[in-house]
Design a protein around this ligand. Sequence first.
Ligand SMILES: NC(=O)C1=CN([C@@H]2O[C@H](COP(=O)(O)OP(=O)(O)OC[C@H]3O[C@@H](n4cnc5c(N)ncnc54)[C@H](O)[C@@H]3O)[C@@H](O)[C@H]2O)C=CC1
Ligand SMILES: CC(=O)C(=O)O
Ligand SMILES: [Mg+2]
Length: 372
Amino acid sequence: MKLGCPKEIKPQEFRVGMTPAAAQEAIGHGHEVVIETNAGMGAGFTDADYTAVGAKILGTAKEVFETADMIVKVKEPQAVERKMLREGQILFTYLHLAPDPEQTKDLLASGATCIAYETVTDRMGGLPLLAPMSEVAGRLAPQVGAWTLQKANGGRGVLLGGVPGVGPAKVVVIGGGVVGTHAAKIAAGMGADVTVLDRSIPRLRYLDDVFGGTFKTSYASAGNTIELARQADMIVGAVLIPGAAAPKLISKAQLKDLKPGAALVDVAIDQGGCFETSKATTHQDPIYEVDGIMHYCVANMPGAVARTSTIALGNATMPFMIALADKGWKQACADDPHLLNGLNVHAGQLTYAAVGEALGLPSISGAEALKL
Ligand SMILES: NC(=O)C1=CN([C@@H]2O[C@H](COP(=O)(O)OP(=O)(O)OC[C@H]3O[C@@H](n4cnc5c(N)ncnc54)[C@H](O)[C@@H]3O)[C@@H](O)[C@H]2O)C=CC1
Ligand SMILES: CC(=O)C(=O)O
Ligand SMILES: [Mg+2]
């Protein structure tokens, strides 16, 4: 198979879909790899790093899309990229379709087979291709939130760890999965007083067992959520219902109950965000204010630490990419129900129920797609 990796074009996105190590692995399996020139530069990989392992460098994204049977990327394809997809081509990348009707329409029209990193599952009930980026975004959340809290940035002017004689900031993390756990660990490490809310009691039990002395846990009823939010200097939004639009957990009307200058870091923004007033921002212009409350809503947070993120993502995607290349998407997905869970679009049909529900569109099951 011919695998192609274009340079990412989302603003300030410096990650790359394929590392030289991943290219080397694919080539070792007898596949051809084409990379757009300078695609890896933002993550510290030169064209020479790719040619050294046998990949071919092409001058434009257009050539990569024309040549490749499978496109391997990081972010959802942007409008100009979607125009280059074709029937029968495989797209393997993050998609986040539930809040994105325009992208969904274009992918359906393309006839391509689109496998979303964020809905591939594993045997433990986890999301193995979302997890590495959730680890990164979770660890970044207190760092960007602390910056947002600085007075010159519009925040409350509160230092996370406090100082002797002045208490620490209160941080509330809504959603205690991968993002939430990493955010809580780092915020606690910075000296903040941290509480994690979740709706899953088994998850709260796990967090309490492992991190009981480090941060507190609370059940995420609507009442508890707003009660804790009112006392918080920073609130991290880290909930997920896989594939679905994020539930809205703090409304615009409730902003008046929060502390003036509090920082909302909505990591769940790629699924539409879990605060009513969240709208996606970029690394160039990451924060904005609504009713005196600062919002940070960057949808590709891991792009800020592109080298760490690219390597972590490449480690996780590599075995799935190799299975798709070795067997073709149909056999690879038939052999691995967890990879099949990643299938979101095939041959003009939506193949992921939660996306269909979010967008009011019909969908078929992955099993039905395998028969098309
Ligand atoms: N902005 C960015 O750059 C990035 C965003 N993300 C996003 O962060 C979000 C979280 O991802 P993960 O932590 O990997 O997911 P996860 O599945 O590990 O954790 C989500 C947690 O939310 C909990 N939850 C669901 N509904 C809830 C509710 N109503 N109240 C409280 N808790 C609730 C679940 O029980 C689960 O423990 C996802 O939307 C993901 O796409 C991930 C990486 C980067
Ligand atoms: C998960 C995701 O959307 C990202 O890493 O950008
Ligand atoms: Mg994202």
